[in-house]
Ligand binder design. Structure first.
Ligand SMILES: NC(=O)c1ccc[n+]([C@@H]2O[C@H](COP(=O)([O-])OP(=O)(O)OC[C@H]3O[C@@H](n4cnc5c(N)ncnc54)[C@H](OP(=O)(O)O)[C@@H]3O)[C@@H](O)[C@H]2O)c1
Length: 340
C-alpha cells in the first residue's frame, strides 16, 4: 500500500517533471508511476503538442504488465479524449493501473471526465492532491481554457498607507532589493510585461527581467506599452531584447485577445495605477501581487483609483493565496474570489 506521504512526494516530483516540458498552447504535465510498494517504476512528462502525454510517456518506459497494480501520480487529470494522441485514461486502464492520483481536474470540455471514466472501470481515484500547487503550475493554461484569454497578474509596490508614489510622482524605490529581485524573477516567467505611458514617461523602465547582478534572465517578457503618447527615441525599453508593442488601450479585452493570438498566455501588468485600475475595473485580473513596504508616503498618489466601487456592498473581495516576507517588505498575493 502506497502511503499518502509517498504519493505527495511523488506529486512534487511530477510537478518538477512537468516543468521540463515547454510552455505554450499545451499544459505542462508530469507523471510518476509507483509500484504497490511505493517505488518509482517510471516517470514521464509532456514534451508539447502532438507528443505523448505524461502518463503515456511514463508507461512507454515499462514493458507490458510492469504497471499492473501501480499507482499513477499525475499533475493533471488524465484526459478522456482522442486528440492527436489517444485518451490517457484508456492507456492507464489497459496497463492495469490500480490507483490514480491527480492534482488538478481537467477543465476542458472534450478532455475532462478521465477520472470518472477510470473510476467506473474500478480504478481507485483521488483528485485534488496538492491542488493549489498544481493550480499555480497550470495557471496560465487553465485561464486560457476557462476564459479564452491570457492569465493576467497585476503587480504594484506600495507604502503601508497604500501609496504607489510620492507626491511628485517618484516611486523608485518604495520596496527593497529582495522585493525587487522577486519581481524580476516573476517577470522572467511572464510572456508579456505591460505598463502605461504614464509609467513609461515617469520612470523610463527597461522592462527586462534581470538577476540582482544585472544579468538578463534567459526568458524575457515582451514589453507592451499602453497609451497614445509616443515612446521617446531614447527610452530604455527600445534597448529591450524583444521589440515592444504599443497599444492605445481603448479596448483591453481585444488587446488580451491579440496577445493570446501571439502566444502570450501569461501577462504581467506593472502599472501604473491608471492601468492597474482599468484592468481591475474591467474584471480582467486573475492575480494581484502587492509588495508592501513599511514606509509612509501620504499624499494623492494612491495605488488604485476608481475601480467601480461606489458603495461598500460593491466591494471587490479577494482571497489571499500567499504572504511572503521579503527583506523588510511583504508580498501579498490575492485573487478575485469569483474566479475560485
Ligand atoms: N508603485 C508602483 O508599483 C508603481 C508602478 C508603476 C508606476 N508607478 C508610478 O505611477 C505613476 C504613473 O502611473 P499613472 O497611473 O500616472 O500612469 P500609467 O498607469 O502608467 O499610464 C496611464 C496612461 O496610460 C494610457 N492609457 C491608455 N489606455 C488606458 C486605459 N485603458 N486605462 C488607463 N490608462 C490608459 C493613458 O495615456 P495616453 O494619454 O498616452 O493614452 C494614461 O494616461 C508614476 O508616478 C510611477 O512612478 C508606481
Amino acid at each position: 500500500m502506497v502511503t499518502a506521504d509517498r504519493e505527495r512526494e511523488a506529486m512534487r516530483r511530477a510537478f518538477a517533471l512537468a516543468l521540463e516540458g515547454p510552455r505554450g498552447l499545451n499544459p505542462q504535465v508530469g507523471a510518476v508511476l509507483l509500484s504497490p510498494a511505493g517505488e518509482v517504476l517510471a516517470e514521464g512528462w509532456h514534451r508539447g503538442a502532438g507528443t505523448a502525454h505524461a502518463e503515456v510517456d511514463a508507461l512507454s518506459k515499462l514493458t507490458p504488465d510492469d504497471a499492473r497494480g501501480a499507482t499513477a501520480v499525475v499533475t493533471l487529470e488524465p484526459c478522456n479524449h482522442t486528440g492527436r494522441t489517444g485518451p490517457c485514461a484508456d492507456a492507464l486502464l489497459a496497463a492495469g493501473v490500480a490507483r490514480v492520483v491527480y492534482a488538478v481536474s481537467d477543465p476542458g470540455q472534450l478532455s475532462a471526465g478521465g477520472g470518472a471514466h477510470m473510476s467506473a472501470a474500478g480504478v481507485d481515484i483521488e483528485a485534488g492532491v496538492l491542488e493549489s500547487d498544481g493550480l499555480a503550475l497550470l495557471d496560465s493554461w487553465l485561464t486560457v481554457q476557462r476564459l479564452g484569454r491570457p492569465h493576467v497578474t497585476v503587480k504594484w509596490a506600495q507604502s503601508l498607507d497604500g501609496r504607489a508614489a510620492a507626491a511628485d510622482g517618484t516611486s523608485q524605490w518604495i520596496t527593497g532589493a529582495a522585493a525587487r529581485a522577486d519581481v524580476h524573477e516573476r517577470r522572467s516567467a511572464a510572456d508579456a510585461i505591460v505598463v502605461g505611458t504614464g509609467t513609461l514617461l515617469a520612470d523610463d523602465p527597461a522592462l527586462t527581467a534581470r538577476r540582482p547582478d544585472g544579468e538578463l534572465f534567459a526568458h524575457q517578457p515582451r514589453p507592451v506599452i499602453i497609451g497614445t503618447r509616443a515612446t521617446p527615441q531614447e527610452a530604455r525599453v527600445r534597448r529591450h531584447p524583444l521589440p515592444f508593442l504599443q497599444d492605445e488601450g481603448d479596448d483591453l479585452p481585444d488587446l488580451l485577445d491579440r496577445l493570446r493570438e501571439l502566444g502570450m498566455h501569461r501577462v504581467f501588468i506593472e502599472g501604473g495605477p491608471a492601468i492597474a485600475t482599468s484592468f481591475l475595473r474591467a474584471g480582467l485580473v486573475d492575480d494581484v501581487l502587492v509588495y508592501v513596504a513599511p514606509t509612509l508616503l501620504g499624499g494623492p498618489r494612491v495605488a488604485l483609483a476608481d475601480i467601480g466601487v461606489a458603495s461598500i456592498d460593491q466591494q471587490r473581495r479577494l482571497a489571499f493565496s500567499d504572504i511572503h516576507r521579503l527583506g523588510d517588505d511583504l508580498l501579498i498575493i490575492a485573487h478575485p474570489q469569483e474566479e475560485n
